[in-house]
Design a binder for this molecule. Structure first.
Ligand code: MN
Length: 431
C-alpha cells in the first residue's frame, strides 16, 4: 500500500478541518462534531493509500464533496457525514452494516442510495431507464440526490486528469442525466456549474471562445452596469429599502444556447447584461408588494420591454422558483435583464426548494407546496403503465418549454406542460 507523505497527511487534515470551520451546523454540539470526525476517520482509513487519477490521495475527493454539500448546497451535518462516506461501501472493505452500526439507519440509508446510484450508472440499460432509477431514490431521501450532484460536480471540476474519451463520456452522462435533474429539482446553481463544465468538454471551442469574450468584455460590462445601477440605487436608498445587488453575467452555456437558438453572435446577445436586486429583511407577507414597488421604481427610470415581463412570484415555477423579471432599456439603448426577488426567493432560486424547505424548517404553506411537488414527481414515477423512455421525453419536454396555465370555471389556476390538451384539463378537474 502506497504511503502518503507527511505533507499529504497534513493537507488531508487541513482540508477536513476547513469543513468544520465553515459549517456551523457541524459545531452545534459535541455529539455532532464527534460523529463528523468519526466519519472522516473511517473514510480516511478506508481509502488510505489509494490515489485518484490525478495522483492526489483519494480521501480528498469525499472531503471536497462534503465541502460542496455544505458550503455550496447548504446541507447539514448528516449530509456531510454521508458525503464523507459516500464511496466507502463501493470502494473499500467497509460494509453497509458497519455504517449502520456506527452512524445509525439514516446515514446507512443515504449511503446505500448513493452506492445504488453508482451501480445504476455502470449498467448499460440506457439512459432513460437509469434516469428513472435515479429518480426513484427521491422517494427515499432527497439528500441522496443532492449529495450525488455534489459528487458529480467535483468529478466534473477535476475531469482534466482523465483521458479525453472518458472526459467525453462523463460529460455526456452529466449533460443528459444530471443537468436536467438539477434543473427539475430547482438546484439552479449546481445546474449552471454542471452545464458550463459539460460544454467545456463537449464543445471546447465554443466554451473557450465565449469564456475569452466574457473576460475581455468584463471591465466594460462592470462599468456599464455601475452606470445602470446608480440611479436605481439612489431611489432604493431614498426609500429606505435594504438590498444587495449582484450582477454576474449569464452562464457560458446559456449564452451559447441562445446564440445557437437565435443564430446570433456573442456581440448580439442583448441580455448578457443582467442584474439581480435582492431585497433584504422583508416580512413574508410584504414580499410581493415590495418586489412590485421596486419594479415600479426601476421602470420609472428605464423603459421595460413588455414582452419580457415574467411574474414568477404570483405563479411560482413547479420547482419553487420565485422571481420578478423584466428587461429594460438602459443607457445607450442596451437591454438589461433585471431580476427582483427577496433573500428567501433567492435562496430557493439558487439552492432549490428542497434545500430551503427541508433544512430551514420553513413552516406553513410552503411546506405543503413542497409536498405537492414531491408527490407529483413520485406519482409520475410510480404509475406502472408508463415506460421509462416516455417518461424521459416528458421530463425533457417539461424542462425545455414553459408550462401552460389554465383556469377552472371557479377561477382556480391549474398548470400543465406544453402539449397538454383540453382533455388533460378535464381530467385534472374531475377525478
Ligand atoms: Mn465519489
Amino acid at each position: 500500500m502506497a504511503e502518503f507523505s507527511q505533507e499529504e497527511k497534513d493537507n488531508i487534515e487541513f482540508q477536513f478541518n476547513e469543513i468544520l470551520r465553515n459549517s456551523p451546523k457541524c459545531r452545534k454540539d459535541e455529539e455532532t462534531l464527534a460523529l463528523v470526525r468519526k466519519a472522516f476517520d473511517l473514510a480516511n482509513e478506508a481509502h488510505y493509500g489509494v490515489r485518484r487519477k490525478s495522483g492526489e490521495p483519494y480521501i480528498l475527493h469525499p472531503i471536497a464533496v462534503a465541502k460542496i454539500a455544505s458550503e455550496e448546497i447548504g446541507l447539514g451535518a448528516t449530509s456531510i457525514i454521508c458525503a464523507l462516506l459516500h464511496d466507502v461501501v463501493e470502494d473499500t472493505d467497509t460494509t453497509l452494516e458497519d455504517i449502520n452500526d456506527m452512524f445509525g439507519p439514516k446515514v446507512a440509508q443515504i449511503v446505500d442510495g448513493l452506492t445504488k446510484i453508482r451501480g445504476v450508472l455502470k449498467n448499460k440499460e440506457g439512459q432513460a431507464e437509469n434516469f428513472r432509477k435515479i429518480i426513484f431514490t427521491l422517494s427515499e431521501d432527497i439528500r441522496v440526490i443532492m449529495i450525488k450532484l455534489a459528487d458529480r460536480l467535483h468529478n466534473m471540476r477535476t475531469l482534466d486528469s482523465m483521458n479525453p474519451e472518458k472526459q467525453k463520456r462523463i460529460a455526456e452522462e452529466t449533460q443528459t442525466l444530471f443537468v436536467p435533474l438539477a434543473e427539475r429539482l430547482g438546484f439552479n446553481k449546481i445546474k449552471r456549474d454542471l452545464e458550463d463544465l459539460c460544454l467545456k468538454y463537449l464543445e471546447p471551442e465554443a466554451y473557450y471562445d465565449i469564456l475569452h469574450k466574457l473576460r475581455g468584455s468584463e471591465k466594460k460590462r462592470v462599468h456599464y452596469l455601475n452606470r445602470f445601477m446608480i440611479p436605481i440605487m439612489m431611489i432604493l436608498e431614498q426609500n429606505n429599502i435594504n438590498y444587495n445587488v449582484s450582477s454576474r453575467s449569464k452562464s457560458i452555456a446559456s449564452i451559447y444556447a441562445k446564440m445557437k437558438r437565435k443564430n446570433l453572435t456573442f456581440e448580439n446577445i442583448y441580455d448578457v447584461f443582467a442584474v439581480r436586486i435582492i431585497l433584504k429583511d422583508v416580512a413574508h407577507e410584504d414580499e410581493k408588494a415590495l418586489c412590485w414597488r421596486v419594479y415600479y421604481y426601476i421602470t420609472d427610470i428605464y423603459t421595460p420591454n413588455p414582452e419580457r415581463l415574467r411574474d414568477w412570484i404570483s405563479t411560482p415555477k413547479d420547482n419553487g422558483y420565485e422571481s420578478l423579471q423584466t428587461t429594460v432599456m438602459g443607457p445607450d439603448g442596451t437591454w438589461v435583464e433585471v431580476q427582483i426577488r427577496t433573500e428567501r426567493m433567492d435562496e430557493i432560486a439558487e439552492l432549490g426548494y428542497a434545500a430551503h424547505w427541508r433544512y430551514k424548517n420553513v413552516e406553513g404553506q410552503e411546506q405543503s407546496q413542497f409536498e405537492v411537488w414531491l408527490k407529483k414527481v413520485r406519482a409520475s414515477l410510480e404509475s406502472p403503465d408508463e415506460n421509462a423512455l416516455k417518461f424521459l421525453d416528458e421530463f425533457k419536454m417539461n424542462l425545455y418549454s414553459s408550462d401552460i396555465f389554465a383556469f377552472t370555471p371557479k377561477g382556480e389556476m391549474r398548470r400543465f406542460p406544453i402539449g397538454a390538451t383540453a382533455l388533460d384539463f378535464a381530467y385534472d378537474i374531475h377525478s
